[in-house]
Design a protein around this ligand. Sequence first.
Ligand code: LIP
Length: 257
Amino acid sequence: MTDTLAARHDFAIALAREAGALALDLRRRLGALEAKNPMDYATKADHDVEALIRERIGERFGDAVIGEEDGGVAADLVWVVDPIDGTVNYIHGTPRWCVSIALVAGGEIESGVINAPDEGRLFTARRGGGAFLNGAPAQVSNLRHGASPVVEIGWSPRRPIELYGTLIRRLIGDGIEFRRLGSGALGAADTASGLNDGYVELHINAWDILAGMILVREAGGWTSDFLAGDGLTKGNPIIVCTPEIVDRISAATAEPQ
Ligand code: LIP
């Protein structure tokens, strides 16, 4: 059996489906919540779904894995997974959550799969192969809607809340609407499929965003250099957007003078 990048991409799609089905099943019996910080949680489902993903990758390829719940170390070829992205939404019972699986090889994001089973949306992208939503080609908005841009913002206490206040003030001042919907992966996936015009967060972790980044790139969008420095293991700020608003979003996120 050939262990190529193509084989790993096809495997990731099947794995994201299986992991999504498990997460849907586990939501009916959530159990105790693990508060990682005052507004960030993990459930038994986060841990069980990540364990499934690790088991399947280990059985099939034996590759390195970096996951939100159980960590991992960088390697030349490494899977980067968030078993349930949008955990707060998952806990509250809203459908905006997903399984996010990315494959990085030689410092390049080669493959991304985001499965939002409660919404019936499966996003896939391979480097150079295009981006797809439920098998149909996905494309960024290119502002075809003709209205004010809409940018989704992620948030965490890893950066001072005051900087988010500045970001929102700058966006509104530039005529750009903002949303905060709780899943970085789906924020980027919506950018790739044209449902918003960008996703911004002043610090995000690799497992939340790498799959979404390759989706946006393959859908004709722009992405910041998230993997610069220690992005893979320590995270970085992120901008993904339709190309027409790169300068405006970059200005809004620039460190206050
Ligand atoms: C989420 C991230 C998002 C961030 C949320 C949350 P989780 O990940 O995808 O970027 O803004 O606060 O951290 O914790 O749901 O896996």
